[in-house]
Design a protein. Structure first.
Length: 402
């Protein structure tokens, strides 16, 4: 197979995903276009060399609907020969888009492609696209459907994570994110979103709450008690996991991923196209994998996807220097560390979605870029990025710094 190399990556800042958020006035197409233009301009790209653009988008309806990747390609004034496709693997969509782009290159069907994603959660709310799994009783019954928050609390209960455990993790995420911004770790990757006059709309992540401490989190009521106890989802989960006597509700807004707007893009290509365009590769894709996992507990897929990607690469856990797992809920990361026996100082070292937010379709490409930057900053070699996925799945990608 042909090697797929990462040449560059960018992301927008993450804006609060509500009407008062700084990016609410920016359309999803313009968010995606911001990332695509930055990739083009930073690398002086002849965009006719870009075969395809794959963009994750989890709610592809309304102004995010149809094929937003192709629309963004046109809006960004790329060559008309550059194709585009929208990808949806729920929260892993952005990483899956990168993997598809890499797969095109590795199979010899593309020389250069872009993978990334976009989600404007302030303009197109989560769940706007509907779907049979949560709404069709015959489908929900067969799979013991529960909302993700119940799944997160089920993980905490089953694997022994207390409210203090998940809150402590959340506090550390905030500290790491603020330190990373203070130290300039995101400076090379984050491109500001500007208005029609070129004025900056947002230049930094605005969801962070660095003042968060254990006392402030303790004042927050658990978010999923009503869904679990009054709507009956606890009983559904316990039917699937009868060894659980009672689900302990420990997750809330402060230890779960933030709802935000944002976009990302990763430029990939062969070594030959890089030489032709005068670009220096920054990393090589070693392997990637996606798996299905039990859909009620739903969020335990990352460890299984990581193990599958490691096996495909002929690597072991000991070969990975840094790990990046999307912080959908604190218990997801705690379980991943527990399952693979990973130290906290090796994973999400720059903070994560609890602090900075999770723009669903874009996050996967964002965290891959973050961990690449951290490999370069620290001189380390290999990293694995992964995300839990709705419906019970996981996606993982291993990269090697060059």
């Amino acid at each position: 197979m042909t090697d797929a190399f990462i040449y560059d990556h960018v992301r927008t800042p993450r804006g609060k995903g509500r009407a008062s958020g700084s990016l609410h006035s920016v359309t999803p197409v313009e968010l995606a276009s911001t990332a695509l233009r930055a990739i083009r301009d930073r690398n002086d790209l002849d965009t006719a060399e870009v075969d395809d653009v794959m963009l994750g988008c989890v709610a592809p309806v309304g102004e995010q609907g149809a094929d937003i990747a192709r629309t963004a390609v046109i809006n960004s004034e790329y060559a008309e020969s550059t194709a585009g496709a929208q990808v949806n693997r729920f929260c892993a969509s952005g990483l899956e888009a990168v993997n598809i782009a890499a797969g095109q290159i590795m199979s010899g069907q593309s020389e250069m492609a872009i993978g990334g994603g976009v989600e404007s959660m302030s303009r197109v709310p989560m769940g706007s696209d509907g779907g049979a799994w949560p709404t069709d009783p015959t489908v929900a019954f067969r799979s013991y459907f529960v909302p993700q928050g119940i799944s997160a609390d089920l993980i905490a209960t089953k694997y022994g994570f207390s409210r203090d455990d998940v809150d402590s993790y959340a506090v550390e995420s905030q500290k790491r994110a603020q330190r990373s911004w203070d130290e300039g770790r995101f400076d090379s990757a984050v491109v500001p979103v500007v208005d029609i006059n070129g004025n900056t709309v947002l230049g930094t992540d605005e969801h962070m709450r660095p003042e968060t401490d254990m006392q402030s989190l303790a004042s927050l009521e658990a978010s999923f008690i009503t869904a679990g106890e009054q709507f009956g989802f606890n009983s559904v989960a316990i039917q699937r996991y009868p060894e659980i006597e009672k689900i302990e509700h420990v997750h809330h807004a402060g230890n779960s991923s933030g709802i935000v707007d944002g976009a990302s893009a990763v430029l990939l290509g062969t070594s030959e196209i890089g030489e032709k365009l005068g670009l220096k590769p920054r990393a090589r894709i070693r392997s990637f994998a996606s798996i299905g996992s039990e859909p009620t507990i739903m969020l335990t897929g990352p460890s299984l996807a990581a193990e599958k990607a490691l096996k495909r690469a002929g690597m072991s856990k000991a070969d990975i220097d840094l790990w990046e797992l999307n912080e959908a809920f604190a218990a997801v990361v705690l379980r991943f560390m527990q399952a693979l026996d990973i130290d906290h100082d090796q994973i999400n070292v720059c903070g994560g979605a609890i602090a900075m937010g999770h723009p669903l379709g874009a996050t996967g490409a964002m965290i891959l870029g973050t961990v690449l930057d951290e490999l370069e900053r620290t001189g380390k070699s290999t990293a694995l990025a992964t995300l839990c996925v709705g419906g019970g799945m996981g996606t993982a990608t291993i990269i090697e710094r060059l």
